[in-house]
Ligand binder design. Structure first.
Ligand code: ADP
Ligand code: MG
Length: 729
């Protein structure tokens, strides 16, 4: 059995590094070479078709069939020249990852041969037989044929030999079955709402764009060791494993020199990413051993999210070429840091102003504060919804584990902005201000420094932090589709901005001057949302107590966190903004409960199997060796000598035997708990049962296995240990 482990290590030792792939090419020379971007459109499309697509991109209009045919011809010509043989509608179903079904370009010529063909019809819409994707019951089997439709706002790209066309995925009755559809709707909602408010400050503003810059954390594990760990293979995390004597205590991995094999993986990854138009920028070692981070330059949100999915897919493929496996699980190893995906979010006007950047004068700073305060108010009011958007069973292990922001949503603003809000709170704005008071307030507002990045970016413990020119949602899990938190964030801020505008307009209507009306409503919001502001250490136990005193919610399990989606006020908010209907929301939540149940079920089965057929037999074998040893001692030594010599061994035998029998009975109990949970019909109740009665066994069983790992002969232990998984690179 030991052989499994040593063979795996031997294989690692014999690895040749994969040669570098980029041949010294500049990123700028290969950037977007596999993307059908505007430049290529101009080259491959007629002027008429080109303008039709640009209009569709910019105004969200549809491309008519005749134009679509022309676009398809151009796209096909470009794709064939670049080695594509197939095309696919590429979409984001509600599973982890993306979906694609490749079709070759070939069609019969009618005279016995075949020809490469692609039409507007194939470009615009498809009906994949997608009845196996989760829909939470929206798509009953009789109407199982959901369809995909071209998203003109995200350009087609070539992945290996397949032309990939980003699409939305909807049911026949028009309900969203994916992440992209509501994301696009939420981008439109925040555009409209933010434009309305930005017009108070600049009438020229016609639209507002949501930006997203994600930072992706991940682990790399050697492939041979990975394959020798069925728990990693099947559930994405280690369900057992004693901590390594040394892991991240010395903080010697963070930002240290990148191991050569890892660096070569990164170089190849970045090379491929540039060709696909992903503007990757930053790479570094993270806190935990074998943990790394990758971040691009931020982009328009829909594109940024497509790019995040593209990158995750690329990482999986390229890691294997380097004999690594990449782990996106939020908590693959107990006792050391897990992985997140920080979502840097900002709003930008078509006039080029970042609404979260302080400006040069009181007017632009008032605009800045208006957006800050409304965001604060939205996060306060919808804290449960924001949590729901990032909560899943894997992230549950990470959140609050002393390394990641806790499950309490709070906002870090930094001293400068906090001080400004305090001033605005103290100002008398409820009656008509005297000219002197007004001048003073404006002067104060004018004093916000233009660049406050340095003073704001220090607190790493906040789940939602203002970082100088953007908000950073840090509680997002590493495996997440960014769309889920971004749909909610866009939605709640849009909803708050709409309310804000209505209130300000009402005051203006009643004769209050515009900036005074704005001051009055902002002051009200600053006071009301005060509990959500927290600049201190979000990891400290005192914060949990303080947050409870402030009435902030703190939820630590998936079923409860998910229940926020369906609260009446949230359902109303989503449907008023046309982001998600009640039916769509319901379907989504059902899918989330199902995912939770299935993941816990898989983990529980895997752990049960490994415990019974890997761990217990090996422990018994070692115990037998010890028993034989004791028997020999008895044969050789006198009674008194025997008693002295065998005492320790007998204690160890008893200890192993105790762990073994406890493991066996816990596994039986866990199986019974699963059986009871499985007969529950309603998804939410079933999820509760899994959370309360199955999940706790994973920890209990692991405890005994990890104890055994410490005492059983290393030579026969059947699984690679943490010290190997984390330090072989
Ligand atoms: P840190 O690790 O300190 O948070 P990084 O510089 O590694 O910061 O990553 C910050 C991320 O934020 C990058 O993806 C960057 O492009 C993005 N970002 C920077 N400015 C903005 C902005 N105005 N809006 C959205 N994202 C931004
Ligand atoms: Mg960050």
């Amino acid at each position: 059995m030991a052989i499994v482990r040593f063979k795996a290590l031997e294989e690692v030792m014999n690895r040749e590094p994969r040669p570098l792939v980029n041949n010294g090419e500049l990123a700028s020379s290969i950037y977007k070479s596999l993307v059908f971007d505007r430049e290529k459109m101009q080259k491959y499309l007629s002027q008429e078709a080109f303008l039709a697509v640009i209009e569709a991109i910019e105004k969200g209009t549809a491309v008519d069939r005749k134009m679509a045919d022309q676009v398809a011809q151009g796209m096909k010509a470009w794709a064939l020249e670049n080695g594509a043989t197939h095309y696919t509608h590429w979409f984001h179903p509600l599973t982890d990852g993306t979906a694609e079904k490749h079709d070759a370009f070939v069609e019969y010529t009618g005279t016995g041969g075949i020809i490469e063909a692609f039409s507007g019809k194939m470009l615009v819409q498809q009906e994949p037989d997608a009845s196996s994707f989760p829909s939470g019951g929206i798509r009953q089997t009789f109407e199982a044929r959901g369809y995909t439709a071209w998203d003109t706002s995200s350009p087609a790209f070539i992945s290996e030999t397949t032309l990939s066309i980003p699409t939305i995925f909807i049911s026949y009755t028009g309900e969203a079955l994916d992440y992209k559809t509501p994301l696009l709707r939420s981008i439109r909602a925040i555009d409209e709402a933010a434009t309305g408010v930005a017009k108070y400050f600049d009438k020229e503003v016609k639209s507002v764009r949501a930006n997203l810059g994600w930072e992706q954390e991940y682990f790399l594990v050697d492939e041979a060791l990975f394959l020798a760990r069925p728990d990693l293979v099947l559930s994405g995390r280690t369900l057992m494993g004693h901590s390594s004597s040394k892991d991240q205590q010395l903080e010697d991995h963070y930002f240290s020199s990148i191991p050569t094999r890892v660096n070569r993986f990164m170089i190849e990854l970045e090379y491929e990413a540039y060709k696909l138009g992903v503007p990757v920028k930053t790479r570094h070692n993270e806190v935990a051993p074998n943990q790394f981070e990758l971040a691009p330059i931020y982009e328009e949100m829909n594109l940024a999210n497509d790019h995040n999915q593209v990158i995750m897919d690329l990482m999986k493929k390229i890691a294997r070429r380097h004999k690594f496996r990449v782990l996106f699980h939020e908590k693959p190893f107990a006792g050391i840091n897990g992985s997140g995906k920080h979502n840097n979010w900002s709003l930008q006007t078509d006039t080029g102003v970042n609404l979260y950047s302080p400006g040069k004068n009181p007017k632009s700073n008032l605009q800045f504060l208006t957006f800050i305060v409304n965001t604060l108010a939205a996060v306060y009011e919808y804290q449960d919804l924001l949590r729901a958007s990032i909560y899943n069973v894997a992230n549950q292990h990470r959140l609050g584990a002393n390394e990641a922001p806790p499950s309490i949503i709070s906002v870090f603003l930094g001293t400068e902005v906090s001080g400004m809000l305090d001033l605005m709170e103290a100002a008398v704005v409820d009656r008509k201000m005297t000219p002197a008071e007004k001048t003073e307030l404006k002067l104060n507002i004018g004093r916000i420094p233009e660049i406050i990045l340095d003073t704001t970016d220090r607190n790493r413990t906040s789940p939602f932090a203002f970082t100088g020119n953007r908000f950073e949602f840090r509680a997002v899990g590493s495996s997440a589709n960014c769309a889920s938190p971004m749909i909610v964030l866009n939605g709640v801020v849009a909803s708050q901005l709409v309310k804000f505008k209505a209130e300000v307009d009402a005051l203006i209507e009643a004769g209050v001057k515009k900036d005074e009306a704005i001051f009055q409503i902002l002051k009200k919001l600053i006071i009301a949302s005060k509990p959500i502001r927290f600049n201190g250490n979000g990891y400290s136990p005192e914060w949990t107590e303080e947050a409870a005193r402030r009435g902030l919610s703190n939820v630590n399990n998936v079923p409860e966190a998910l229940s926020a989606w369906m609260r009446p006020e949230n359902v109303k908010m989503f449907s008023e903004l046309d982001i998600l209907s009640e039916k769509e929301l319901h379907g989504r939540v059902e899918v989330e409960y199902e995912k939770f149940i299935k993941k816990v079920q898989i983990e529980s089965r895997v752990l049960g199997d490994l415990a019974i057929n890997h761990i217990v037999p090996v422990s018994v074998r070692y115990m037998t060796t010890l028993l034989e040893n004791v028997k020999y001692l008895k044969d050789v030594f006198s009674n008194s000598e025997y008693e002295e010599l065998s005492a320790g061994r007998i204690a160890l035998i008893k200890e192993i035997s105790h762990h073994n029998s406890t493991i066996k009975s816990l596994v039986n109990e866990m199986t019974e708990a699963r059986k009871r949970a499985n007969v529950i019909g309603e998804a939410k109740e079933k999820a509760r049962a899994y959370n309360d009665t199955v999940l706790p066994y994973l920890q209990k069983i692991r405890y005994h296995i990890d104890k055994l790992e410490l005492v059983v002969d290393n030579e026969i232990w059947p699984l690679p240990k943490y010290r190997e998984l984390l330090f072989v690179r």
